[in-house]
Design a protein around this ligand. Structure first.
Ligand SMILES: [Zn+2]
Length: 208
């Protein structure tokens, strides 16, 4: 199915983090679909001792910028690393779509994430097993690699699809590194572009 032409995807900058000695941005993405407003990942809203030293985050939480929290109908977590679910508590009561495998790993493995952010009051998950057409032309697609339960959001535009990829690649160069199942799957979609959580600009596959 093809998404309505009016669908838009907007990156929202929520933090600047340290990773392997370099500062990198953190974005979440808003997909405006005529049937619902979908937020992909939620960033972070507060410091936490478990990540403070490693990530040295400089935060710009959704709750402290001009962002309509109440306007979000559905949340998708690409995965549950702390920097992707730290704002989940802001959307209590909304459905949170995550792969079941990701939820199991995040709740079962020590040191995987900040569990209290995953299990914030009022946050209830809809565990997904594999692909799911969430809205017309908008699909959740498993993309394991960065984590086993990672998923991406694919928007069918009628032409080449657009992907909201979370950490399927943390930086553009990762698409050229040893392939993960997730990156192979995303490349096989022949996307026009892939929005990533930690890059300012979307990745565009080289076309010959
Ligand atoms: Zn991650």
């Amino acid at each position: 199915m093809t998404a309505p032409a009016s669908v838009t995807i907007t990156p929202v900058f929520v933090a600047d983090l340290l990773a392997e000695g370099e500062r990198m941005p953190l974005y979440v993405h808003v997909i405006d679909h005529p049937d619902a407003r979908v937020l992909v990942d939620t960033g972070m809203t507060e410091p936490h001792p478990a990540v403070q030293a490693a990530l040295d985050p400089s935060l710009r939480p959704l709750s402290e910028q001009d962002f309509d929290l109440a306007g979000v109908d559905i949340v998708v977590n690409t995965h549950l690393h702390a920097d992707h679910c730290g704002g989940n508590h802001l959307f209590a009561g909304r459905p949170f779509y995550v792969q079941r495998r990701e939820l199991d790993d995040a709740l079962g493995e020590d040191g995987y994430t900040i569990r209290e952010w995953v299990e914030a009051p009022g946050v209830r998950y809809v565990p997904v097993d594999g692909e799911l057409e969430l809205l017309a032309g908008l699909r959740l697609v498993p993309a394991p690699g960065h984590t086993r339960g990672m998923q991406v959001v694919v928007v069918e535009t009628g032409g080449r699809p657009v992907v909201v990829g979370g950490d399927v690649a943390v930086w553009h160069g990762e698409f050229d590194e040893p392939p993960t199942e997730g990156r192979l799957r995303v490349r096989a979609l022949d996307p026009e572009l892939v929005w990533l959580a930690h890059e300012h600009e979307p990745w565009r596959p080289r076309t010959v």
